[in-house]
Design a protein around this ligand. Structure first.
Ligand SMILES: Nc1ncnc2c1ncn2[C@@H]1O[C@H](COP(=O)(O)OP(=O)(O)O)[C@@H](O)[C@H]1O
Ligand SMILES: [Mg+2]
Length: 325
């Protein structure tokens, strides 16, 4: 098994809020191996973004972070701002749902990529601009030499996201974290952006963390998947295994809520994720789980090997035997 390039261990993040401490991430582990695509999936508020913002050192000061994030052998939790700045964009890059927020409206896109290149590499302006054009070509922007001279507002949403990906991979990072990169885009464009992400992974061997609330996206491109709920890992494993025999009731709920051909009505998971200011004791999903028993609300279920997955459900064996949904 390939070694992890990014290894997150027992990560916790607590925000100091005016109404009290809010622990958004409660002991999360994620491993990313060289060159693979790892999906991180869960409903809104499950702690996906906060996990990776913490890894990047991008959380506000009032966030208290514990645990470990090792990237390419270096510990990032508690690292100096200087080290974090040198890591971001060079070893670890992150892109977000809204490409506009990552682009400067008053600078030409080619110049923005040049700036990113020069921040981490010694390069002449001419070489850097040529490289920027090459990057725009790699992410599938037609006429890249013309487009490099244009401003962000001259690009469509999908084309902007391509520019953002070009910037993120400019310094050939080990890991690219894509946080809901297609959520704001229409379906056709979504598919194209996922293709770009796959092309980057295949061409440069970049490991990709793909954060999404949509298991359909994971099914299309990811190798392994990490399901999160209420700030915890609830299930992880290979994408093939997870789709073949999802073992955590939450994962099954997410699968049942996927749009499927020929099925008119989807079955969303009833209820809502917990208020993280006062999360339920025991399993965070218990209040919504059709199979919950008394013990589920009392005992914190550890993530443990189950079939070829890791599952945090104390009833996993029983539910399998019952053939439960
Ligand atoms: N800066 C912040 N201050 C306080 N709470 C936050 C902050 N950022 C996120 N949260 C809370 O942390 C939890 C997890 O958020 P997030 O990681 O953004 O979820 P996801 O990306 O899975 O949708 C949510 O309850 C959210 O309200
Ligand atoms: Mg998010």
């Amino acid at each position: 098994m390939a070694e992890s390039v990014l290894s997150i261990r027992d990560l916790t993040v607590t925000f100091n809020t005016p109404v009290g401490p809010l622990t958004a991430v409660r002991g999360v582990d994620v491993d990313v191996r060289a060159g693979e695509i790892v999906g991180v999936v869960g409903e809104s508020g499950s702690g996906k973004s906060v996990t990776f913002l913490a890894a990047m050192g991008l959380l506000p000061k009032r966030a208290h972070v514990t645990g470990s994030v090792v990237l390419d052998g270096q510990e990032l939790i508690g690292a100096s701002p200087k080290l974090l700045r040198s890591v971001r964009g060079r070893l670890l890059s992150m892109i977000f749902q809204d490409p506009l927020s990552a682009l400067n409206p008053v600078h030409r896109v080619g110049d923005q990529i040049v700036e990113m290149l020069k921040a981490h590499q010694k390069m002449s302006q001419k070489t850097a601009f040529a490289k920027a054009i090459e990057l725009l070509d790699i992410v599938g922007i037609p006429q890249p030499d013309e487009r490099a001279k244009q401003y962000p507002h001259e690009f469509s949403g999908g084309m902007r996201q391509r520019v953002v990906i070009a910037m993120a991979i400019a310094n050939n990072p080990k890991v690219l974290v894509a946080d809901e990169p297609t959520t704001a885009l229409d379906v056709t464009v979504q598919a194209q952006i996922l293709e770009v992400v796959q092309r980057v992974q295949q061409t440069f061997g970049t490991a990709v963390v793909l954060i999404t609330h949509d298991l359909g996206v994971i099914a299309r491109v990811a190798d392994r998947v990490n399901v999160m709920y209420a700030g915890r890992n609830v299930e992880k494993g290979s994408v093939a295994s997870l789709f073949e025999h999802p073992s955590h009731p939450y994962t099954r709920g997410l699968l049942a809520s996927l749009p499927q051909e020929g099925i008119e009505r989807l079955q969303p998971i009833s209820g809502f994720p917990p208020n993280m200011l006062a999360p339920p004791p025991g399993c965070g999903f218990a209040p919504r789980c059709p199979h919950a028993q008394q013990a589920c609300s009392e005992v914190l279920p550890p993530l443990r090997g189950f079939l070829d997955l890791e599952t945090a459900c104390i009833r996993a064996e029983e539910l399998l035997a019952e053939g439960a949904n």
